[in-house]
Design a binder for this molecule. Structure first.
Ligand code: ZN
Length: 295
């Protein structure tokens, strides 16, 4: 699932290549991805792209509405917002095919033409969870309205305040978008490893030095990952490609810090990885059900 670094790199790409262009056409190949009906996607046709942003793990393309005339009510700001979910991606093309993608066939859910170049929103696999919203204010997207402060904008004291009194596991708190926006399953594994903290630690009971390490790890791991993702020109790739991970998705491989074997705790539909020597005093964690961990 694309998280803060990947979505940040996609927003970066759109700011460089899409801003200043007009949306010439939108092809909706998979109508079920659209979570809003008014304004319709066609309201974006003729709109000028003015910016792109990341909100947590949401990506937004900002536009000024088409000039008054055909649809004066649609003038003003419009935003095309997407949540890429598990297997979604934004793929940029300098010369986008003018042939509309075939509905219900292949991974393309939405194609946005920008007068020659443009991009596809794609989703691999069968679990269709990609979501697209057309709104006049990004805060109209419920998932954005619920977001806590952004992980990269948090000061050490703000982080302490957010975690204070929380009884859930640290892994759960870090991935709760209402508490901290942008961190998901992969980068929470990486941040916890860099901070030498157990995913099962109680979020509200971290000593001061642990909070210091957690804050430093959040900033460093996420900033490095954004740089890498921007550097590999993420929007021209077919999907997310992560490099430089220490523990996530590395079960059975040696920890790059201490050489111990990276372990895994798996749940119904996902898993997390950690290094016992670096994070849990050498003790492997008991494998618990997701429901216990995410209580
Ligand atoms: Zn280690």
């Amino acid at each position: 699932m694309p998280e803060l670094p990947e979505v940040g790199a996609l927003a970066h790409h759109l700011r460089e290549y899409a801003v200043g262009r007009r949306i010439t056409r939108i092809d909706v190949a998979s109508p079920t991805v659209l979570k809003t009906v008014d304004p319709p996607p066609s309201a974006l046709q003729g709109a000028k792209v003015t910016g792109a942003s990341r909100y947590g793990k949401f990506l937004a393309l900002h536009c000024s509405g088409p000039e008054a005339g055909s649809r004066p009510e649609a003038a003003g700001e419009l935003h095309l917002v997407t949540h890429l979910a598990r297997a979604g991606w934004l793929r940029w093309s300098d010369s986008l095919s003018t042939v509309p993608p075939k509905p219900g066939r292949g991974p393309i859910a939405l194609r946005v033409h920008l007068g020659g170049p443009g991009f596809d929103l794609t989703e691999a696999g069968t679990q269709k969870r990609l979501a697209v919203y057309v709104v006049t204010d990004p805060a109209q997207v419920p998932g954005i309205a619920r977001l806590g402060p952004d992980a990269l904008a948090l000061s050490r004291d703000e982080l302490a305040e957010i975690l204070q009194g929380r009884t859930e596991r640290l892994k759960t708190a870090l991935t709760d978008q209402a508490l901290i926006a942008g961190v998901g399953n992969a980068y929470s594994d990486e941040v916890l490893h860099a901070a030498r903290l157990s995913p099962y630690a109680t979020a509200g009971r971290l000593p001061d030095d642990a909070l210091d390490r957690l804050h430093a790890a959040l900033q460093r791991v996420l900033t490095d990952a954004v740089d890498r993702s921007v550097g590999q020109d993420a929007a021209r790739l077919k999907g997310e490609k992560r490099a430089g991970l220490a523990v996530h998705a590395r079960t059975g491989l040696p920890c790059p810090v201490c050489g111990d074997t990276v372990r895994e705790v798996s749940f119904a539909d996902r898993s997390m990885q950690y290094c016992p020597t670096c994070q849990t005093g050498g003790t492997p964690l008991a494998d618990r059900r997701m429901s216990r961990l995410l209580r």
